[in-house]
Design a protein around this ligand. Structure first.
Ligand SMILES: Nc1nc2c(c(=O)[nH]1)N[C@H]1C(S)=C(S)[C@@H](COP(=O)(O)OP(=O)(O)OC[C@H]3O[C@@H](n4cnc5c(=O)[nH]c(N)nc54)[C@H](O)[C@@H]3O)O[C@H]1N2
Ligand SMILES: Nc1nc2c(c(=O)[nH]1)N[C@H]1C(S)=C(S)[C@@H](COP(=O)(O)OP(=O)(O)OC[C@H]3O[C@@H](n4cnc5c(=O)[nH]c(N)nc54)[C@H](O)[C@@H]3O)O[C@H]1N2
Ligand code: SF4
Ligand SMILES: [Mo]
Length: 897
């Protein structure tokens, strides 16, 4: 049932691929309250900080409210007709391959299905690709090569049932927090051994028994070495290899290039003892689950990396068994759904493939498609190259922000600005991609949409409509279908509801697909055939395949039967290749990139939550103390990061968590939130030759300190426009959402007095009044408009080391007289970092408690402050506070001694 007596509606979190079930309730105030769904098998009631803050991101502020053409609002009918006629005329003049769709794992399965059907079936081109190309393409290609089909064999329970969990290229603690919590709980219960393979010491290492900080891109050396070791120490499962696989001998011969631990150590930079420990644990633990993610996929050898892992699991027969499986964990909420329906340019539909005549006629007949595409379309990077060359003349971007998230993003911006027709469907009003759009189409956001998503463990869940749509936003499937009808494909796209589309998709998974014939597709939803609208609305989370006779399947390949013509899995012969961008002397450091705990991708939604912006509120470049001191870089200083294609500004965070020779930057900031920190501008678009997935984890960069003189903080209730901001002539600015408004940090090369004079000039208009305070090295002012305080700023000479006040307090308190007075008199409290985002507990709250009671433990801190009682991911930060207090007490004792 979608609703229970207390009006809680069940739906699914729109962020990561864990696919947590939520329950939501709308209060009379209009506020959306969100809690974990205790019955959902992905999370059993747990949520992470992003899931818990969902209610905070459904504000109508910043939403796109109306369709527009060339910046002018218009009716839906005009917008849809314009899109349809423009696409049709380009196709007529230049052929179907002159148009392209770039879509996203954040669409619902129903949206994805109709977009794929329109492009491949009715426009007749393969040119639909998805941002999953940047995310899962290498895992998909690895699965297809080994298993004959893109299948994730295991499920989340396997992570709890395993005795050894290997996390490789995955920062589970921050990117799949609820799975991390499940793993942590399992470890506490059964003592699971955990190995983290990652060049960085991530938060996931906190529960690791062994961390292997290998050189970037050296995973194949490690796993080929493991395969050779398994054979040498007789830990392979020969019966399994003989009965269920092909190609072992050849793969082993290649892997034996790493037959000694020393050869593995040389290529990976790991200690021989650590390698030996890992290998021994793998050998002696039948219940081993290997979780892999972007540190594997986003690489020029990503597909081979995936197969090097799968090879070790095949050699030991550890596939699809409880607690024992390779497990590619998906990133986006519906990355899996997109892979199912055929959203990648190289798949036809529903695991039916190009280059297979039988599949071609099955799809053609099923869709009654007049011009079904006969060959794969362009993969993401190639698609943008083709626009640059003029071969593709129109692109429709849906639910992704390529101007920020594709590598070489400055170039992507240029390509989009030169492309004759850019159509963008998004739910927010301003993204870098939207700034290039000729046609903007307002989509419904998460809380307004209805449909299905599939999570990492193949579990299909319903997203349900919770709130009314602001403005004229429409479901993505509706927008695509209306355009299709206007292009002349009325009958094929005449859907009334999302349930109609889901039923059709279910039926497509059945065509030519008998369950008893094992070489057919495992993606089969025959058990859901002919489902009624009511059953669709009430659909409970269900794992595919859903067989009409045997029901759902928790695990696949348990019987050693694969989706290949002979039913056998394939060993894939792979060899270690260093990342395409081997380090160059001139640059000096390798840039690794990824995610932080509380932000989602390009921040179009998490950037709206004041709560989520308290954890890390600036683009930080993590750099090792050795490399920082070599370059004269202090912690917290601004730095210039240059690759061979761009230069970006970040704030340095000096930490031993990144290895010497590497630095790490988050991917979230873009020009809508910051003047620098745009990581993908630095990364050249070099791809894996098989999967087309770009290398995003190893770019040579040069890092230099910047010497700013003046720092300015401004708070105001509404955001500055781009034009207003540019008037400040700051070397760097960053915007942060806070309760009641926005805080801007700006940095200048100019002297404080010069900046102050310019500011006064620009703010004292006819109606403005300014009250000033502070000392010469630290100026403060509150700006009034029509006698109401609206904005405050605090200016500081960087070298004076004066403290910055918590300027956001003024907004939160609506500029009370008391706070204004304290601010101007320099007695407003300073900012203390937030430790617990969910419960908004600051570091000083915790430190004060420790000062009062030095023998306090983490549990009592949690009980007294509630820190760590939300999503639980700050537990280690609380421990750090205790550790720091302990250290300083110790040093005091030592000094006294
Ligand atoms: N908070 C948050 N969570 C998210 C997202 C988000 O934006 N924010 N996005 C979601 C999406 S779409 C995705 S795809 C997932 C990604 O989830 P993850 O893949 O876990 O995240 P990343 O931080 O991209 O990269 C994982 C790790 O790979 C390591 N790595 C880099 N190079 C190598 C290498 O050569 N070998 C190995 N073994 N490791 C390496 C990096 O240091 C990094 O810690 O997260 C999902 N969850
Ligand atoms: N350097 C580097 N780059 C990376 C990565 C990395 O690790 N390193 N990771 C890559 C990966 S794995 C990924 S998945 C990508 C993610 O990159 P993107 O997909 O570009 O990131 P998002 O910010 O999630 O963009 C989603 C857009 O869709 C909008 N949106 C949200 N919901 C809907 C909806 O229902 N309908 C419509 N029409 N629009 C909607 C949002 O407002 C937003 O503008 O980034 C990739 N880029
Ligand atoms: S782990 Fe967090 S972001 Fe991922 S689905 Fe669950 S609540 Fe959402
Ligand atoms: Mo992703």
């Amino acid at each position: 049932m979608s609703k229970n007596q207390s009006e809680w509606t069940k739906s699914t979190c729109p962020y990561c691929g864990v696919g947590c079930g939520i329950e939501a309730k709308i209060h009379t105030s209009g506020k959306l309250e969100v809690r974990g769904d205790s019955q959902h098998p992905a999370n059993y009631g747990r949520l992470c900080s992003k899931g818990l803050a969902l209610g905070d991101t459904v504000a109508t502020e910043g939403r796109m409210l109306s369709p527009s053409i060339e910046g002018q609002n218009c009716s839906w009918d005009d917008a849809l007709s314009h899109v349809a006629s423009s696409l049709s005329s380009i196709i007529e003049q230049h052929g179907p391959d002159a148009v392209a769709f770039y879509v996203s794992g954040q669409l619902l399965t129903e949206d994805y299905y109709v977009a794929n059907k329109l492009m491949k079936g009715f426009i007749g081109s393969g040119n639909i690709d998805t941002n999953s190309r940047l995310c899962m393409a290498s895992a998909v290609a690895g699965h297809k090569r080994a298993f004959g089909e893109d299948i994730v064999p295991g499920n989340y329970e396997d992570i709890e049932l395993a005795d050894l969990v290997v996390l490789t290229g995955s920062n589970l603690a921050w990117c799949h927090p609820v799975i991390y919590q499940r793993l942590k709980a399992a470890k506490e219960k059964r003592g699971t051994k955990i190995v983290v393979i990652d060049p960085r010491e991530t938060r996931s290492c906190e529960i690791a028994d062994l961390h292997l900080p290998l050189f970037s891109g050296s995973d194949i050396a490690l796993f080929n070495g493991l395969l050779a070791y398994l054979v040498k120490h007789q830990h392979i499962n020969q019966t399994y290899i003989d009965s269920h696989t092909v190609g072992f001998e050849q793969t082993l011969t290649q892997a034996q290039r790493f037959s000694t631990i020393t050869s593995v150590a040389l290529e990976t930079g790991l200690k021989t003892t650590d390698i030996e420990t890992f290998y021994q644990w793998f050998c002696s633990t039948p219940l081993t689950t290997t979780v892999f993610s972007q540190g594997i996929n986003q690489s020029t050898s990503g597909t081979d990396k995936a197969n090097s892992i799968i090879n070790c699991h095949l050699a030991t027969g550890r596939i699809g068994l409880p607690g024992s499986t390779p497990f590619s964990i998906t990133g986006q909420p519906n990355a899996m759904g997109g892979r199912e329906v055929g959203g990648l340019a190289n798949t036809l539909a529903a695991h039916l493939e190009f280059g297979n005549d039988e599949h071609f006629s099955l799809v053609k007949n099923f869709w009654k498609a007049p011009t079904l595409a006969t060959k794969p379309g362009l993969k993401a990077i190639d698609m943008f190259d083709a626009i640059e060359k003029g071969n593709v003349k129109a692109i429709w971007v849906m639910a992704t922000n390529p101007a920020v998230s594709l590598p070489d993003s400055d170039r992507i911006n240029r390509i989009l600005s030169d492309c004759p027709l850019v159509i963008v469907s998004d739910c927010v009003a301003d993204t870098e991609t939207l700034r290039h759009a000729n046609v903007c189409l307002p989509a419904q956001g998460w809380s307004e949409k209805s449909g299905t998503v599939t999570n990492s463990e193949r579990r299909i869940s319903r997203q349900r409509r919770l709130l009314p749509t602001p403005g004229e936003g429409k479901p993505d499937w509706w927008i695509v279908s209306e355009v299709a009808k206007r292009m002349g494909f009325h009958d094929a796209f005449n859907y009334q509801t999302e349930a109609d589309i889901f039923r059709e998709y279910v039926a497509q998974t059945n065509i030519g697909n008998r369950h008893e014939d094992r070489s057919k597709r495992m993606l089969n939803l025959s058990g859901l055939n002919g489902m009624t609208n009511e059953a669709y609305n009430d659909l409970s989370p269900i794992q595919w395949p859903v067989n009409s006779t045997t029901g759902e399947s928790e695990r696949l390949f348990s019987d050693g039967q694969f989706s290949t013509p002979d039913g056998k899995a394939k060993f894939i012969t792979v060899d270690h290749q260093p990342p395409a961008n081997a380090i160059s002397e001139r640059y000096g450091l390798i840039l690794n990139t990824g995610r932080i705990r509380d932000q989602w991708h390009t921040m179009t939604r998490t950037g709206l939550s004041s709560i989520l912006n308290t954890h890390d509120n600036e683009p930080m470049l993590e750099i090792h103390p050795f490399n920082a001191s070599d370059r004269g870089i202090r912690d917290g200083q601004l730095v210039k990061v240059s690759s061979n294609i761009s230069t970006q500004v970040f704030r340095a965070s000096v930490t031993r968590h990144v290895p010497v020779g590497q630095c790490f930057a988050p991917i979230h900031w873009s020009q809508t939130h910051c003047s620098g920190g745009k990581t993908d501008a630095l990364i050249p678009a070099i791809t894996d030759p098989i999967s087309g997935q770009p290398e995003l984890k190893a770019t040579p960069v040069m890092v230099q300190p910047m010497f700013v003189k003046t720092s300015l903080q401004i708070c105001r209730s509404s955001p500055f426009s781009q034009r207003q901001l540019s008037q400040f002539c700051a070397e760097y600015w960053v915007k942060q959402k806070v309760s009641g408004g926005y805080v801007y940090q700006l940095q200048f090369f100019n002297e404080t007095d010069e900046v102050y004079a310019t500011l006064l000039d620009s703010f004292v208009g006819d109606e403005d009044a300014i009250i000033q305070g502070g000392q010469p090295a630290q100026r403060r002012a509150v700006v009034f408009q029509q006698l109401k305080p609206t904005m405050a700023f605090s200016l500081c000479n960087i070298d004076s080391e004066l403290r910055q006040p918590d300027i956001a307090q003024l907004l939160a308190s609506h500029f009370t007289h008391q706070d204004i007075h304290a601010f101007l008199a320099d007695s407003l409290s300073t900012r203390s970092p937030i430790i617990c985002t969910c419960k908004q507990v600051t570091q000083s709250d915790i430190e004060n408690l420790i000062a009062e009671n030095p023998s306090i433990d983490t549990q009592t801190i949690s009980e007294l402050t509630l820190a760590g009682t939300g999503c639980g991911s700050c537990a280690s930060d609380i421990e750090q506070c205790l550790l720091r207090a302990c250290r300083s007490e110790l040093s005091m004792v030592q000094k006294a001694g």
